[in-house]
Ligand binder design. Structure first.
Ligand code: AMP
Ligand code: MN
Ligand code: MN
Ligand code: MN
Length: 295
C-alpha cells in the first residue's frame, strides 16, 4: 500500500463527521501529503482547511463534489484545483444548495406522512445547519433506532420507491463541467462503479463528459473493489481521461463505501498505464516522491 494523494474527502461542511481542521490533522497524522477537500455542493470548508493545511506538512487541493442529474440519475462530478471565489461556480452551487434546502424539508414532510415526526429538525441538528443531506437523515433515523445502520436507512427510507425518497433535480453535466472550467479546475467523474450503468451508457457518459471538457475518471475510490479499479483504469485509457484517486472519506469508522481496505491515507496505487490527473500539477512538484507511477 503506497501513499498516494487523496483527492476525494468530506468534512462537516457537507456530510462528513470531522471538521476541516480535524480532517487535515488526521490526514497529516496518516502521512497524507496531498489532500483534496471535496464537500457536496459547497466550498464552505475550504478556508478552514487551507488554514489547517498551512500549519501541517500537507498540500490542500481546493475541491467540491457537484451533484449532477444525467439521464434521470444522479452522477457526482468531483472538481479539483478550483478557484473557490469564481462567481460562475458559486452561482451554480448556490442553486444546488437551494434545491438541497427544499429537498431536506420535503424529505421531512414525506417521512412525517410515513409516521416519522421531526426528521427534518433532527437531521438539521446533526448538520452544520446550512447543508442538510440524506446522510444527516440517515444518522438521525439510526439514533431513533428506526434502522440498524446508515446503509439500512438508505435502503428502507431514502432510495427510489421508499417513503422518504425525493427525486434529484441537480445540475446538468454541461453546467457542472462549465462551472468547474470557469473556476480553472479539472472535472472528474466520481466513483463510477456506484452508478451501475450498462457498458453502453457508461461509454456514452464518459464520451459526453470528455466532449464537454471533463478531464478525469476516479479509478481508485473507496467505493471500488479491486476488480472495479482495473475495469475503470481500462475505461479511463479507452476514453482518454486522466485517472484520479480518492477515498471518499466521511469520517473515522464510517465505511459508507463498503470497501474498508481503502481509507484516508490508505489508497492503492493506480494501475499501470493510467496517467494520473496530478501528472502536471505544479503544487505536487515537491511531493512527487509521494506520487505513484507519475507520467
Ligand atoms: P445526498 O447528496 O444528500 O443525496 O446524499 C448522498 C450521500 O449519501 C453520499 O455521498 C453518501 O455519503 C451517502 N450515501 C448514499 N448512498 C448510501 C448508502 N447506500 N449507504 C450509506 N450512505 C449512503
Ligand atoms: Mn456523502
Ligand atoms: Mn459521491
Ligand atoms: Mn464523496
Amino acid at each position: 500500500m503506497r501513499k498516494s494523494p487523496d483527492l476525494h474527502t468530506h468534512s462537516t461542511a457537507s456530510d462528513g463527521t470531522l471538521t476541516p481542521t480535524a480532517l487535515i490533522d488526521l490526514a497529516a497524522a496518516a502521512g497524507v501529503k496531498v489532500l483534496a477537500l471535496t464537500d457536496h455542493d459547497t466550498t464552505e470548508g475550504l478556508v478552514e482547511a487551507l488554514a489547517a493545511a498551512s500549519r501541517r506538512d500537507l498540500r490542500l487541493i481546493p475541491g467540491v463534489e457537484i451533484s449532477v442529474t444525467w439521464g434521470g440519475r444522479t452522477i457526482h462530478v468531483v472538481a479539483l484545483r478550483i478557484d473557490p471565489q469564481n462567481p460562475d461556480l458559486q452561482l451554480g452551487l448556490a442553486g444546488l444548495l437551494e434545491f438541497r434546502h427544499w429537498r431536506a424539508e420535503e424529505i421531512g414532510r414525506r417521512l412525517a406522512k410515513a409516521g416519522i415526526q421531526g426528521a427534518y429538525a433532527g437531521a438539521k441538528a446533526l448538520s452544520n445547519g446550512r447543508l442538510v443531506g440524506r446522510t444527516h437523515f440517515a444518522r438521525f433515523l439510526v439514533r431513533r433506532r428506526l434502522a440498524a445502520d446508515e446503509r439500512a436507512v438508505f435502503k428502507q427510507f431514502l432510495v427510489n420507491g421508499k417513503p422518504g425518497h425525493v427525486p434529484g433535480d441537480w445540475a446538468s453535466l454541461e453546467s457542472a463541467v462549465g462551472w468547474i472550467r470557469a473556476a480553472g479546475g479539472q472535472a472528474v467523474i466520481a466513483h463510477p462503479a456506484r452508478y451501475k450503468l450498462t457498458r453502453t451508457r457508461l461509454v456514452g457518459l464518459l464520451g459526453e463528459f470528455r466532449e464537454l471538457g471533463g478531464a478525469g475518471l476516479e479509478v481508485v475510490s473507496g467505493s471500488h473493489s479491486r476488480d472495479d479499479i482495473f475495469t475503470f483504469a481500462h475505461h479511463a485509457r479507452e476514453q482518454r481521461l486522466l485517472a484520479s484517486a480518492g477515498s471518499d472519506f466521511h469520517g473515522p469508522q464510517l465505511a459508507v463505501s463498503g470497501q474498508p481496505w481503502i481509507s484516508l491515507g490508505r489508497l492503492p496505487a493506480l494501475p499501470e498505464g493510467c496517467t494520473p490527473i496530478w501528472f502536471d500539477w505544479p503544487e505536487l512538484a515537491d511531493a512527487r516522491e509521494a506520487v505513484p507511477s507519475a507520467a
